[in-house]
Design a protein around this ligand. Structure first.
Ligand code: NAD
Length: 307
């Protein structure tokens, strides 16, 4: 099994940039490309090599990561004469860490195989704090031998690397997770709003809930209430982090999966509708924890025009 040493990374946003930083720190040679020249310059300051085009970034590397907004973006960079399936070197390992539909990912993996490349889906959980700290969880779908080949690279960016099944299975796991985390975030903001309306201090209440049976990721690591945790979007005007329209994208994909398999996901469906309303009321680009603003007044309320 040959070790992977040269990596191209496409998509240098809230997640991609800190992931690249950790790859560089671990000693990998990383070439980067993004539509934003500013993002490429930031990655260069972190020790990666910027490229003038996607094709220049991916030529001759062992492995290409994509960390892009949507399935349409991923299909766009994979297909066509200038796409990854045609311009990477034969045998290259293509790893998609964006969150997209499992069905699209399975189709792209089959197209990759037909084109002499190998694809894995490796979406992540842990958010921007996990991307910065190098503690992401990777949920990987694809050939087990290829998962072992990529494992040392993923370990530079994450703490838990879980092979969940064949191609597409990583995205299925990720969509289950995001349906749950979206619903938990809404339920957490409801509990805080109820407590505050009855005279409780949200900080004191958060501490009680965190260590009680209502404890969850939002209370533990991603407080939606400003000033409780220093390094989360709620303490930074709900900037950065995980956009509400991305949360909506993932909850819609989960809803589609549920409908296809005839699984009842009542709470997930309601949470999806609430995120849709939130995005429509001007918060699409604000971090998803800003959904608290639908229920209570918070400092730094991003009730400005974010769309
Ligand atoms: P982002 O919008 O911050 O970054 C996306 C980047 O991709 C941008 O810099 C954009 O310029 C670039 N891009 C778009 N099209 C491109 C193309 N054709 N070629 C090169 N670059 C291109 O998004 P993000 O928050 O980093 O999220 C990326 C993906 O990861 C999404 O699918 C999201 O759902 C998922 N995700 C995000 C988080 C999070 O907390 N932000 C957590 C887990 C998973």
């Amino acid at each position: 099994m040959t070790a992977l040493s040269t990596i191209a990374f496409l998509g240098l946003g809230n997640m991609g940039l800190p992931m690249v930083r950790n790859l560089v720190k671990a000693g990998f040679a990383v070439r980067t490309y993004d539509l934003s020249a500013e993002a490429i310059a930031t990655a260069e300051r972190d020790g990666a090599r910027g490229a003038p085009s996607m094709q220049a970034a991916v030529a001759d590397v062992d492995c290409v990561f994509t960390m892009l907004p949507t399935g349409v973006d991923v299909e766009g960079v994979y297909r066509g004469p200038a796409g990854l399936l045609a311009t990477t070197r034969p045998g290259a390992l293509l790893v998609d860490s964006s969150t997209i539909s499992s069905a699209i990912s399975r189709t792209l993996a089959a197209e990759a195989l037909a084109a002499g490349r190998v694809m894995l889906d490796a979406p992540v959980s842990g958010g921007t704090p996990g991307a910065h700290a190098g503690t992401l969880t990777f949920m990987v779908g694809g050939d087990p031998a290829e998962v072992e080949r990529i494992r040392p690279v993923l370990e530079a960016m994450g703490k838990r690397i879980v092979h969940v099944g064949p191609n597409g299975a990583g995205h299925t796991a990720k969509l289950c997770n995001n349906m749950l985390s979206g619903a938990c975030m809404i339920a957490t903001t409801e509990a805080l709003a109820l407590g505050e309306a009855n005279g409780l201090d949200p900080q004191v209440l958060s501490e009680v809930l965190r260590t009680s049976s209502g404890g969850n990721y939002a209370l533990e690591k991603y407080s939606p209430y400003p000033g409780i945790m220093p390094n989360v979007p709620s303490s930074n005007g709900y900037k950065g982090g995980f956009r509400s329209d991305f949360q909506l994208k993932d909850m819609r994909l989960a809803k589609q999966l549920a409908a296809q398999m005839r699984v009842r996901t009542t709470i997930g469906d309601i949470a999806c509708d609430l995120f849709e309303l939130h995005c429509r009321s001007g918060y699409a680009k604000a971090d998803y924890s800003s959904i608290i603003a639908q229920l209570m007044t918070v400092a730094g309320d991003p009730g400005v025009d974010w769309s």
